[in-house]
Design a protein around this ligand. Sequence first.
Ligand SMILES: NC(=O)C1=CN([C@@H]2O[C@H](COP(=O)(O)OP(=O)(O)OC[C@H]3O[C@@H](n4cnc5c(N)ncnc54)[C@H](OP(=O)(O)O)[C@@H]3O)[C@@H](O)[C@H]2O)C=CC1
Ligand SMILES: Cc1cn([C@H]2C[C@H](O)[C@@H](COP(=O)(O)OP(=O)(O)O[C@H]3O[C@@H](C)C(=O)[C@@H](O)[C@H]3O)O2)c(=O)[nH]c1=O
Length: 261
Amino acid sequence: MKNVLVTGAAGQLGRCIKKVASNYKSLSFVFKDSKDLDITNKEKVDAFFISGNFDFCINCAAYTNVDDAERFPEMAYAVNADGVKCLAEACSSNDVKLIHISTDYVFDGTKQSPYLPEDVPNPINAYGKSKLRGEKYIQEFLEQYYIVRTSWLYSEYGNNFYNTILKKAKTEKKLSITTDQIGCPTNANNLALFLMGFLKAAIKPYGIYHFTDGEAMTWYEFAARILRENRMDDVVRLEKVKNYRTFAVRPKNSVLKIRHD
Ligand SMILES: NC(=O)C1=CN([C@@H]2O[C@H](COP(=O)(O)OP(=O)(O)OC[C@H]3O[C@@H](n4cnc5c(N)ncnc54)[C@H](OP(=O)(O)O)[C@@H]3O)[C@@H](O)[C@H]2O)C=CC1
Ligand SMILES: Cc1cn([C@H]2C[C@H](O)[C@@H](COP(=O)(O)OP(=O)(O)O[C@H]3O[C@@H](C)C(=O)[C@@H](O)[C@H]3O)O2)c(=O)[nH]c1=O
């Protein structure tokens, strides 16, 4: 039996992992949300790891509001960089393999083709910078790690773009959506299944991975698909916009190249 700690368990991805966890009989999961285990609290994290006997930690904890991260970078860095450092140190001291989730927003978006795991990151907003700092800490403190970069996550849980569009479509007649960014929407339930692959007996090579659902599109195209899937395309009109104003800038191209494409 392998013991797996999931941090940030009440978030979108954590909940998707929880949904499938019971299908894996050879794995024993411990789910901790931000109240149970604050990853920025080094003393608590250290004590918890010492008492835990974990084989793996899947870190789903993060500060994910991209615009608020720009307004309050110290809050993003506290979780996405310093919190990840706490986890990496605890994993290192207790021989725990860390599976950590990172983002397409570590790239600057200027590449004319999909980003490879080995491409040099150059984040253009505070969220991406804080996530990259987290990646660096993991690489500094650990050898046994998987950093899985993914993009544009959505699911039935939480405040993702998919749910925002559905909510807006119920109250607004017209939605203005940007055509200025291209990326790969990824169902967080698929990511949860992909992560389970790292917990199997045969160990995959450690390092950085990219995972998406494999289809690149603009946010406008994604919004159109969301409305179609939910038979709401005749309820609300979609308008293409070039510059939808946001507090933080976002990379224009953040398509991630995945191994199985
Ligand atoms: N959402 C997306 O589109 C994408 C996400 N990612 C990455 O995937 C991962 C999962 O994202 P997702 O599930 O969507 O994010 P969510 O925002 O849904 O979940 C993040 C969770 O982290 C928790 N958390 C925040 N601070 C702490 C802390 N100090 N200690 C412990 N837990 C904390 C939050 O709890 P609380 O609410 O109580 O603060 C929340 O439950 C993250 O690493 C994110 O950067 C990558 C690409 C795309
Ligand atoms: C709600 C809305 C957004 N937009 C724009 C704003 C932005 O440029 C783009 C995406 O909007 P959001 O702010 O919902 O998504 P955003 O916060 O940029 O999503 C990102 O989250 C982090 C956590 C990641 O790691 C990324 O992979 C990515 O998923 O769409 C519109 O054009 N119209 C709209 O009605």
